[in-house]
Design a binder for this molecule. Structure first.
Ligand SMILES: O=C(O)C(=O)C[C@H](O)C(=O)CO
Ligand SMILES: [Zn+2]
Length: 280
């Protein structure tokens, strides 16, 4: 488990590119028949990359659950959301089987003892992106497809940010403890997400970017609004955004990303909006 301790905004002002990447960027998440895990002390969110090829993988594969969580099993005191970003796959949660195709999502409740992941075709493996947050009550494990998601079209072509925010794990769709997750798709020819940008002092956020061409990148902007920095993101990289940091990106072409939030509340529009002229 890759442990990331919380970083304050003052420290970040002096970080080199490498230090910034080591603190906030999560790379190389999908390795054949392996689970990669990052534990962020920012709101105690856990990010997994799960790529079953020939094997069935358990959520806790390679993780010392007792040492990291002090519990008997991974979801004893946690909830999770997973999106499949690869070929067709199957998730089995305490005996319930869910088939997840590309961009399908599964919310998995606290107290689910066994969660396993499989690919249907080893030549086109599934790629499960999973985010887990501490949870205090049992909700309902629920499959959510793109058609079930709450749609929020926004932006416009003149500002190069025409996109649809698809809210999957969101209070309008299902009940969770604190986790919310969704998928934002930029239309062709549009490159900016979340600009004008925002922070939300009451929640942290994690983005993972994909549908980025091999020779392309998304410049992800972070930091306090008056002290911005950028990280160069490649396909399937993820980035941790503490509550004090903006989180927005500009790509070399259009792309898609998944956002995940945890913290004090689940009010999606509870953002501290920042005017572009105020950015530094
Ligand atoms: O494109 C966007 O704008 C977003 O998807 C914004 C994120 O969902 C977000 O930052 C929510 O706080
Ligand atoms: Zn946000």
């Amino acid at each position: 488990m890759d442990i990331r301790y919380s970083t304050g905004p003052k420290d970040m002002q002096r970080y080199t590119t490498e230090e910034l990447r080591r603190e906030f960027l999560i790379e190389d998440m999908y390795r054949p028949d392996a689970v990669t895990a990052t534990y962020s002390h920012v709101d105690r969110m856990v990010v997994l990359g799960i790529m079953p090829v020939n094997q069935t993988l358990s959520i806790d594969q390679g993780i010392d659950v007792w040492a990291n969580f002090g519990t008997q099993y991974f979801l004893e005191r946690r909830e999770a959301g997973t999106f499949n970003l690869g070929g067709p796959g199957v998730v089995v949660a305490d005996g319930q089987t869910f088939e997840l195709d590309f961009e399908d999502c599964l919310y998995i409740t606290k107290e689910t003892k066994s969660v396993t992941f499989q690919s249907k075709d080893p030549k086109n493996p599934a790629r499960f992106y999973l985010v887990s947050a501490p949870a205090h009550k049992v909700c309902k494990t629920t499959f959510i497809s793109m058609k079930d998601a709450n749609k929020r079209p926004c932006g416009d072509a003149a500002a190069s940010n025409k996109r649809v925010i698809n809210q999957f794990i969101h209070p309008d769709v299902l009940e969770t403890c604190q986790l919310s997750m969704g998928l934002t798709k930029l239309e062709p020819g549009n490159v900016w997400n979340s600009m004008p940008c925002h922070t939300h002092e009451r929640r942290m956020e994690i983005y993972t970017y994909y549908a980025i061409p091999e020779d392309g990148a998304v410049m992800h902007f972070m930091g306090q609004p008056q002290q911005t920095r950028h990280l160069v993101m490649r396909n399937f990289d993820a980035v941790i955004s503490p509550s004090w940091s903006i989180h927005c990106g500009c790509g070399t072409s259009n792309y898609t990303f998944i956002w995940a939030m945890g913290g004090e509340n689940q009010a999606f529009d509870d953002m501290d909006n920042i005017n572009v002229p105020d950015l530094r």
